[in-house]
Ligand binder design. Structure first.
Ligand code: AMP
Ligand code: MG
Length: 335
């Protein structure tokens, strides 16, 4: 999803894989082995740690999962000129564009989280991001006019999903970008591929910002994961175990726009058109990586109060750290 320069926010640590090679009771079957592989995909480092008794079969499953992530990127990337997404973004206003199922389903999921978050999460936010990126390039705050023009192109109602996976955009300037959900989406597809190829215990990590834990670690206890303290120093953060669940962090301390010496978040409130100010980081756990990824961004935009309410309403857990560094939705809720 992102330019292949810098990995995403390094907020999560995948602690599980390195420390779980403990002894198992003697069995007739060959002992399970851990296979670990990493690939640079979607502008970030994906890492898979998978347990299996047949090392070759596990490796094949892991390679299949990487292939699935690559396929998702080929559909959903805004950095590949030939991607299905860029073809859709280049179509004329109101043209019914047939899309591959992956793109259509990722859009359906995105519109669902737009609805659930009252528009805080919005895959059509790209025109506003472009305005802020240009502002950073020219080192001048955007004009009201530029912001107004971009805002008129943003909103879930600017995309219409039709029969046979057809998608229409309401105006030629409407632009879809999966930067806030694509990695989660790809992780879920990778987990499906691992399951289908016989792997039931694996940890899949996308750039250390979103992670899916399939089954257990080597000791049947869920995978040990953790979140660093976004304030640096002090306590290390929180550790918790995940089983068939995901965790995602949205934060702005490594990715931001700098304009006239001030840093602005790369996460934009689609309702105001402005970068979000009040939040340092948000971590959310959820049954799917798609949901964890979408919700961490949504809650970041909503801020501590409305964000915590959304998590409570959905029965999800999270850790919201305010701009001033105080905890809002407490870390203990993640354990
Ligand atoms: P994440 O790190 O998952 O929170 O995603 C952040 C990225 O999503 C940004 O770099 C933008 O490309 C995009 N983005 C920014 N604001 C929003 C928003 N309100 N809704 C959806 N995507 C956004
Ligand atoms: Mg996200």
């Amino acid at each position: 999803m992102r330019p292949p320069s810098k990995t995403a926010v390094a907020a999560l640590l995948a602690l599980g894989a390195g420390i779980v090679a403990a002894a198992r009771p003697a069995e007739q079957l060959p002992a399970p082995q851990l296979v670990r592989r990493a690939r640079y995909l979607m502008g970030t480092m994906f890492e898979i740690s998978a347990w299996g008794r047949d090392r070759e079969a596990t490796l094949r499953a892991v390679n299949r999962a990487f292939a699935v992530i690559r396929e998702a990127d080929e559909m959903l990337s805004s950095y590949r000129p030939e991607s299905a997404l860029n073809r859709l973004n280049a179509a004329a206003a109101n043209e019914a564009v047939p899309t591959p199922p992956t793109l259509f389903e990722a859009l359906e999921a995105s519109l669902k989280y737009s609805r659930l978050s009252g528009g805080a999460f919005d895959v059509t936010v790209a025109p506003l991001i472009d305005v802020w990126r240009r502002a950073a390039e020219t080192d001048r705050l955007p004009s009201e006019m530029a912001l107004g023009r971009a805002r008129a192109l943003v909103g879930a109602d600017k995309i219409k999903l039709g029969p046979r996976n057809q998608v229409r955009r309401a105006a030629s300037g409407v632009k879809i970008d999966f930067g806030a959900i694509g990695k989660g989406w790809a992780l879920d597809r990778a987990a499906e591929a691992l399951r289908k190829h016989g792997v039931s215990d694996a940890l899949i990590n996308a750039g250390e910002s979103t992670l899916y834990a399939l089954g257990d670690d080597g000791e049947r206890r869920g995978w040990l994961t953790g979140v660093r303290n976004p304030r640096g120093g002090g306590p290390a953060g929180v550790e918790f175990r995940l089983r068939d669940a995901a965790v995602s962090t949205s934060a702005s301390y490594e990715r931001f726009f700098e304009i006239q010496g001030r840093r602005y978040s790369h996460i934009i409130d689609p309702r105001s058109g402005l970068p979000v100010e009040a939040v340092l980081s948000v971590t959310v756990t959820a049954p799917t990586a798609t949901e964890a990824d979408a919700l961490s961004t949504a809650v970041y935009v909503l801020g501590p109060d409305a964000g915590a309410k959304l998590l409570d309403r959905l029965g999800r857990r999270g850790w919201i750290v305010d701009g001033d560094g105080s905890d809002s939705h407490s870390a203990s809720k993640l354990r």
